[in-house]
Design a protein around this ligand. Sequence first.
Ligand code: G6P
Length: 610
Amino acid sequence: MCGIVGYIGSRPVLPVLLDGLSRLEYRGYDSAGVAFMQGDRIRICKKKGRLAQLEQALSEADLGDMPIRAGIGHTRWATHGAPSDENSHPHLSANGRVAVVHNGIIENYIELKRYLCAQGCCFHSETDTEVVAHLVDLHYARDCAGDLMAAVRQTLAELEGSYALGVLCADDPDRFIAARKDSPLVIGLGEDGHFIASDIPALLGQTRRVLIMEDREIAVIEKNQVRLFDALGRPVCREPLEVQWDSAAAEKNGFEHFMMKEIFEEPRAVRDTLTRHIRRGTLELPAIDWPRALRQVCIVACGTAYHAGMVAKTVIEQLCRVPVVVDIASEFRYHDPILDEETMVIIISQSGETLDTLAAMREARRRGGHILAVVNVVGSSIAREADTVLYTAAGPEIAVASTKAYSTQLAAMYLVAFDLARRLNRMSDNQVREQIESLLALPAMLDAVLASQDEIQRFAASHFNAHSIFFMGRGLDYALAMEASLKLKEISYIHSEAYPGGELKHGTIALIEPGTLVVCPLTQPALVDKMISNIREVKARGALILGILTPSCQRAADVCDAVFMLPDVPARLAPVVAVTPTQLLAYYMSLNKGLDVDKPRNLAKSVTVE
Ligand code: G6P
């Protein structure tokens, strides 16, 4: 989703901006642009399409020799108005004095636009953002006697919705302004200048010292100083955070795609997530404030994180005998959820910035729920607002299709389940210790799966032309099938559905034709006989079966047309290991079709609009 960068300092500004934008590409975008201070005016260049088009346009522009002192840049993921040069950011005020980049949605932009038109402003785009440029300019000249900070503050007071903003003003060339509300924005502190960006990976090429902006804060960014203010204009003092991720963690390291690199990082990521919370064979989680009388657990998330929640539901219910509901964050707020102080709410989010998830978390808090967040990005909004945070250690995930984040979310949720089971006396210390040992064996099993990845590669090479692929499983295998199906859709654009083994015959089996591929994770020995029957039902209609099997489900191999063997993983932990071949399948399907694996069409990595 939209990404923002900004820089003021003594390094060449355009390369810094373009480097930052290229590191934001993974968030998903359809156009890009920059605005920069040259001499006493703002110059602007923006293009629909990939960053390469913007770079081309900049290389063809006559930039002269005058130094460029500061600039802001943007990758746009269209919401208001189609992808086009005009709708791309930055947006300029009519006189060219103010340039603005924005992430988020200005919900009252129609009223503001009407007001500005009545004041004589002409609009050049269909975006909600353009009102911000005109408003800042209007207040700057009319109400604030040339005080840029005051003009931005007056503008922000009139905006409804969410924003991360970078504002450049031609009359005030030695600084730019940054502001945020409900959209992420971080400030990078460099040796020779300062930066802003939508997320930390975008800054890693420049600095690892960051200030994370809080909601409604405004920052004045200058070459030699950064000043931070709260919504009332009072100065804010905040210690910078030293980011542990290094720049290499956000690079491909010889892999063709980030997605493949990130799949291969799963053993390391799972190991790090576990060892961070395990000391000498026992759990060492942050103190989770489980309600004394726990009535239910409510897991809220979107996309892949929601699917991790589906696995966790089964595991927690089996181990702890506490009811668990799993809710899609964008639905949660609108169905009047039943929760109270006896409910534990677990929020799962890789980025910690998904707006629906953040909004759901706030609603859950309003209703009295205790909030535990399982988050990957340190210092993200969800991490900051939750009562307790359990960090996964996936490291930066760049590919839009989430892989290692899912594996680490599962790892973290097992730890949560064991912690709760222990507290409720459903498991003894010894049983927890045994489970921990099994968990610690998972990274080696993931290594073994990855060592056989060429089997999946070969399989994909002969099936990538499929029009439709079904995933079928029971119990935890169904939860896993949902994630496997999402992965395939996301990056191969092949229609796919995931079904519980027994449910297909209630309608969807009508879609099975001779040759239809049905992928079946088979890791639950207690359910394997039922699955064999379900497989026979689709095979009788001509389906072709790829079984992803653990040795304990070996007897299902006879009904499969192709088999990928998993290591001997305990049934309860199987999703962590069984997901990897399905991720590889999605990857190779996409690769064979010649698609953009890391940046699939229409999708964004970090969804910061509702
Ligand atoms: C987007 C991403 C998905 C991700 C979902 C939730 O849709 O493309 O990969 O699972 O958001 O993101 P979160 O950062 O909250 O886990």
